[in-house]
Write a protein that binds this ligand. Structure first.
Ligand SMILES: [Zn+2]
Length: 304
């Protein structure tokens, strides 16, 4: 249905979009291979689709977009024919934001898989891991001891039983919080958490939270660098903490984490100080998923 009123993609862009998604459909629940051998010629069942429509009255058309932006690679998402049909038939479900997220995730997934041998179901060890990797900006807390594991440097080589190797955070002293007479930063902890899906199947995260715990235990280091799928911000308002009892925020929008990808989020622990008996704690962060509850290694949190 080519028409000169449509801002179509060039053949070059179509090839680039297909390759950047690994020749797979970008719908995270589909991921069908879109290229394969035929008897005489290779067969393609994929399409470069417009995120914002190529023409007025089309799905997700944006009149403020220029013709060149409309025909640009950034406006293209690679989908199998079934999903291509579906996104244009149901624009309520398939918003620009959703398609942009699909596109980013598909590109991250293909970058992650590139040149790697295929993962088989034979040994899906250490399938899903959860780790606290630091404090989020805007938090008037400090990291103690050795730097906690960070997203771009996730090796954990120290003695796992040494408390010095456990992520430890402490609230700043009052005079530090009030530098120049003005309070700075949040007094409730805001932690930066990563959940990695090493398994060959997609994971659905339905809740995030913590469990107070007083025992030291083996922390789970993350041994590889992963592509970050999403950055979300969740606020959990705590009530009086009881050892061993979890407090969890049910996510209004559960998050899919595709195989080989990570979900990174910040968790605001509102009311942490008020909910704590005393001023020191060891907690584990948890995530509720369709494959059971996940726990992080122990994390020390202390307050003045
Ligand atoms: Zn598809």
């Amino acid at each position: 249905m080519a028409s000169k009123n449509r801002d179509e993609f060039s053949p070059d862009i179509k090839v680039r979009v297909a390759a950047a998604s690994g020749y797979r459909c970008s719908n995270p629940d589909c991921r069908a291979l879109t290229s394969g051998a035929g008897t005489e010629h290779p067969i393609n069942v994929g399409e470069a689709c417009h995120i914002r429509s190529a023409a007025p009255l089309g799905p997700r058309y944006d009149p403020t977009q220029s013709a060149s932006d409309r025909a640009s690679e950034a406006n293209a998402i690679w989908l199998c024919r079934t999903c291509a049909k579906r996104i244009d038939a149901d624009v309520v479900q398939h918003t620009v934001e959703r398609l942009v997220a699909w596109r980013a995730e598909a590109r991250a997934a293909s970058a992650c898989e590139l040149g790697r041998p295929r993962v088989t179901d034979a040994a899906p060890t250490n399938a899903v891991r959860l780790s606290v990797i630091g404090l989020a900006p805007g938090c008037a807390w400090r990291e103690l001891g050795p730097p906690p594991q960070r997203i771009f440097n996730l090796r954990f080589d120290g003695d796992p039983y040494d408390p010095a190797n456990v992520a430890r955070f402490h609230e700043m002293r009052p005079h530090e919080r009030h530098a120049g007479g003005r309070p700075r930063g949040s007094r409730h902890p805001i932690v930066d958490i990563t959940l990695v899906n090493d398994s060959p199947v997609s994971l659905l995260v339905t809740g995030v939270g913590l469990i107070p715990e007083k025992m030291w235990a083996r922390p789970k280091g993350l041994s590889n660098v992963y592509v970050v799928k999403t950055f979300a911000d969740y606020e959990l308002t705590l009530v009086k903490m009881v050892l061993g009892e979890r407090q969890v925020l049910k996510l209004p929008h559960p998050v899919h984490v595709s195989p080989g990808l990570a979900l990174r989020y910040t968790l605001h622990l509102n009311g942490y100080r008020e909910s704590l008996r005393g001023n020191e704690s060891i907690v584990r962060f948890c995530a509720l998923t369709d494959r059971g509850d996940l726990l992080s290694g122990p994390v020390y949190l202390g307050a003045y």
